[in-house]
Design a protein around this ligand. Structure first.
Ligand SMILES: [Zn+2]
Length: 411
């Protein structure tokens, strides 16, 4: 049996006045998805447990068939895995944004969670300076704590720990800086065991970065400076069973997003790099479709993740979201469906990870529609694939992590 999973990130949404009262999925012209709905099983699921943050890090773990309430430890460990960084049982990964915090009338304000999209090369220099600052100001931490450059503003801080030295605790919480845009930050420093240490590093980073040549050059050029590091998403490595052990099939992941690459690495899937897969609205949809078809020759299950619908919602752009969904339909779902029709026993599943509402421009918890079609899957035939049709079936698979087992026929 061959399996295909397509994840249109953040595709689920609410009805839009600008779309005649339809959701983006309902307004988009998606004949390939509608064919799946007509000949397959449509329903609703939910990949974000109430206790966890609504985002791809939780929802995609659920989509891959792992209960996030059991396995989710934080976002940074997934990003570390994407970078090929192995975490030992006592190690922690902490997401380290370079950010721009400025003084406002009511206190310090998160002006930019990307520090003006600071370049990767600039970020590497700034993090080296932060490392020197940490070693000078907090010498007791020097041996175990390390800043690790990533891409642009998205970097990591690693703690290499031992069984008898655990400075951070599972109750540690921190606010993602993208949720603080233009808001005061004073009430949103980390909370829980180890938060004092992280808050100290964040506060001291201002002096480590202030007069760095990179920031002087950005100031002179009228660009935003990287004033601080902002630490969040901390966690230890999640203990995910290999997918072949959990579900008996092997997998491959096509995505433009680090988080998904990391998840794939942690469950033992192959990561297939597709030239032109950007993780943005300009991604090369057709190339993803072609590479997915090619990967089916070697793997039981191929997952294609597309970030573009989520990105369109973050921009509040309904027309761009509709366009992204039509591209996914025409250039990924349609060619994959045509290929699978010639491939013997097969199943295809399409499901967003979470809603990303155009109205709020951010991720949300809540129901998402799924459609699955193929060998042995009972048909509850709807005319189209969309939120209201899926709700009308009365078909629910909950909690969301059980969807994978239903799809594979193993649960
Ligand atoms: Zn997502």
């Amino acid at each position: 049996m061959k399996y295909v999973l397509v994840i249109p990130d953040g595709a689920a949404d609410a009805p839009q006045a600008s779309l005649g009262g339809r959701t983006p999925l309902e307004a988009a012209r998606t004949p390939a998805l509608d064919t799946l709905a007509a000949g397959g099983r449509v329903g609703l699921t939910n990949h974000v447990p109430d206790a966890l943050p609504p985002g791809s890090e939780v929802a995609c773990m659920s989509l891959l068939g792992y209960d996030p309430l059991t396995f989710f430890t934080g976002r940074a460990p997934l990003e570390a895995a994407a970078q090929g960084i192995a975490l030992g049982p006592h190690d922690w990964a902490i997401r380290c944004n370079l950010v721009t915090i400025t003084d406002g009338p009511a206190g310090a304000i998160m002006e930019d969670f990307t520090a003006g999209h600071v370049s990767t090369a600039e970020a590497a220099e700034l993090l080296a300076a932060a490392q020197r600052g940490l070693e000078a100001d907090l010498p007791a931490l020097a041996a175990a704590w390390r800043f690790v450059p990533g891409v642009s503003y998205r970097n990591l801080l690693l703690h290499r720990g031992t069984a008898d030295a655990a400075p951070l605790g599972a109750d540690l919480r921190a606010t993602p800086p993208h949720d603080l845009m233009d808001k005061t930050v004073a009430g949103d420093f980390p909370r829980g065991t180890g938060s004092g240490l992280l808050a100290d590093i964040m506060a001291r980073s201002a002096s480590w970065l202030a007069d760095h040549p990179v920031n002087r050059a950005r100031r002179a050029a009228g660009k935003r400076e990287a004033t601080h590091v902002w630490l969040w998403g901390a966690g230890r490595a999640p203990a995910l069973d290999p997918f072949t052990t959990a579900y008996g099939v092997d997998g491959a992941m096509i995505t433009g997003v680090d988080l998904l690459r990391g998840l794939a690495a942690l469950v033992g899937w192959k990561r297939i790099d597709v030239p032109g897969a950007t993780g943005y609205l300009d991604t090369d949809y057709a190339a993803k479709g072609r590479h997915a078809i090619a990967a089916l020759a070697e793997h039981d299950l191929v997952c294609v993740h597309v970030e573009a619908p989520d990105e369109a919602s973050h921009q509040g752009d309904a027309a761009a979201k509709v366009a992204a969904l039509e591209e996914i339909d025409a250039k990924i779902v349609a060619p994959l469906s045509a290929h699978l029709a010639t491939a013997g026993d097969h199943r295809i599943l399409v499901c967003p990870d979470h809603p990303t509402f155009l109205s709020t421009k951010t991720h949300s918890r809540g129901a998402v529609p799924f459609v699955m079609k193929g060998t042995g899957i009972a048909v509850n035939g709807r005319r189209a694939y969309g939120e209201s049709d899926a709700a009308a079936t009365g078909n629910r698979i909950l909690p969301g992590w059980r969807l994978m087992g239903e799809f594979l026929g193993t649960r």
